[in-house]
Structures are given as structure tokens and as C-alpha cells.
Design a protein around this ligand. Structure first.
Ligand code: AKG
Length: 268
């Protein structure tokens, strides 16, 4: 079984988390109605994007309304749900965490953002996630009925070596990237990075981002996308709310890797 129907929920939230959770439920129902096997949400979908919000919006895993709702949705619609990210509290630490649910609503993976977005772009933008967030330690590849899928969160996508390790050592055939690029770095880097990771791993890249929201403190770039192992943009959204659907065939990964054997160069 190599064909997968995808639905990426490019949404914006409210400052009221409960209201955002209700909206997310409607969007996931809409995505499921498209026949999706895998539904993906954006980075920090239930929290305004900013270091001053992360702790307040955080949830402990064993008492998390967001996780309960995501699990129930995965089960109700019988889909894999890559639950974007939420702010995860663990003792005194805060992580930016993606939970992955199978068709029964069980958690099959959890990825804590590994590389924190600490940048100082002169005259344009300063962001220091490490003021509040702690970095995750691990790379994450989950097992699905379709094959192995790597998970990375936003800035993680810039680290080509990690992706290469997930491909070569951990068997990833596709990557799901909940992200929230911004209108400063997005226009310059988003597409080229997504195509870069697709081409250098000969894998599908599936990236889901929040929609741009004039009322939010952070200017999200949107542009959720699906890129093929050949680097083709199969689908890419613009800035507005939308659900990006696409059907991909994982057999293309092995075709690309066989025809251009960069991952196993001694095989020729
Ligand atoms: O890498 C970038 O340019 C943006 C990353 C980002 O916005 C994030 O990690 O939240």
C-alpha cells in the first residue's frame, strides 16, 4: 500500500484556546471528509506564536485537552493525525511537541522540536525560542501502514544532516513538518528548503503551516506544501486558510533513489 491521501489544515487560531480547539475539530472533520489517510496540523496551532505565550498555553501530556481531542478525532475518522505542535509542559520545562496518532487514536510518536529558532536578522527580526523552550533530544521516525515517516518541526527542516540520518539510518520515506515560517524568512527560504530536503533525501516533504492572521502577533507565511522526491511542488497554498489535499505514491521514492543513487553511491 503505497498511495496516501493527504490533507494539510492551514488554519489560524484565536487567543482563546478552547475556541481554537473547537475550530480545529471542525477543520479536521472537513479534512477527513476529503477521504484523507493522513491529516496534518500546523506548528503551535492552539497558541499565538511568541515566546511569551508558550508557557501559559502549555499542557502536561497526562492532562492535555488538546491531546485528548486529537486522539478522539483520529479514532472517530480512522485517520493518522500528525497533530501539528502544542506547547508541552514537563516538570519545569516547555517543549514544542508534535504528537502523532494512528487510526485508533493511539500515540505512535512524539517529536520535540530539536533545533530552537534563535535568530537575529539585522533590522528585520529577532526571535529567541530558547528563552522559554527546551530543545528535544531525539530525531523521530514513526511507523505507519505506508512505511516510515520522519517528523521535524519548522526550523528543524534547515538541518540537512538530521534529515539525511533519518533517511539513511532510520528508513524515512517521507517527512511531515509542522511549521510556522514568517513573512521575513518565508519568501526567501521556505520553498527552496522544502525542495532541498526533498531532493537531497529523495523523499516526499509534507509541510503544514498556519495561515497569515492580521490579528496575530506573528506574521505566519502559510504556504503549506507537498513536494515530491524529484523536488516538484505537487501543491502549495498561499497565505489564507485552506485545506491542501494531495495524493502521493511512496513507490516514487524508491524509483527516484534507484534512478539517481545518491543515497547509496557504491551501488553503481
Ligand atoms: O527557519 C526559519 O526561517 C523559520 C523558522 C521558524 O519560524 C520556527 O522554527 O518557528
Amino acid at each position: 500500500m503505497s498511495k496516501i491521501k493527504l490533507a494539510l489544515v492551514q488554519m489560524k487560531g484565536f487567543s482563546d484556546k478552547d475556541k481554537t480547539i473547537e475550530k480545529m475539530k471542525k477543520k479536521v472533520a472537513e479534512a477527513a471528509a476529503s477521504g484523507a489517510d493522513i491529516i496534518v496540523l500546523p506548528e503551535m496551532w492552539n497558541c499565538p506564536y511568541g515566546t511569551k505565550f508558550f508557557r501559559d498555553y502549555g499542557e502536561y501530556e497526562n492532562d492535555s485537552k488538546s491531546i485528548k481531542e486529537l486522539s478522539a478525532l483520529a479514532k472517530e475518522f480512522g485517520v493518522y493525525l500528525f497533530g501539528g505542535t502544542i506547547s508541552e509542559l514537563d516538570e519545569d520545562k516547555v517543549y514544542n511537541t508534535c504528537y502523532v496518532f494512528d487510526r485508533q487514536g493511539e500515540i505512535i510518536g512524539k517529536h520535540r522540536k530539536h533545533h530552537l529558532f534563535d535568530v537575529d536578522i539585522k533590522g528585520k527580526m529577532r526571535f529567541k525560542e530558547s528563552d522559554v523552550l527546551s530543545p528535544g533530544e531525539d530525531l523521530t521516525v514513526v511507523n505507519t501502514e505506508f512505511g516510515k515517516i520522519g517528523v521535524a518541526v519548522c526550523y528543524d527542516v534547515r538541518f540537512a544532516g538530521d534529515f539525511n540520518k533519518m533517511t539513511k539510518e532510520m528508513g524515512a520515506l517521507a517527512f511531515i513538518v509542522p511549521a510556522a515560517f514568517n513573512t521575513t524568512t518565508g519568501p526567501r527560504f521556505w520553498q527552496i528548503i522544502m525542495q532541498g530536503r526533498a531532493v537531497d533525501n529523495q523523499s516526499f516533504i509534507i509541510a503544514c503551516a498556519p495561515a497569515l492572521d492580521d490579528n496575530a502577533p506573528y506574521d505566519a507565511y502559510g504556504h503549506s506544501c507537498v513536494v515530491s522526491p524529484w523536488g516538484e511542488i505537487i501543491k502549495m497554498a498561499e497565505y489564507e486558510e485552506t485545506i491542501v489535499t494531495a495524493e502521493i505514491d511512496l513507490s516514487e521514492v524508491m524509483e527516484a533513489r534507484t534512478q539517481i543513487p545518491i543515497l547509496n553511491p557504491t551501488s553503481l
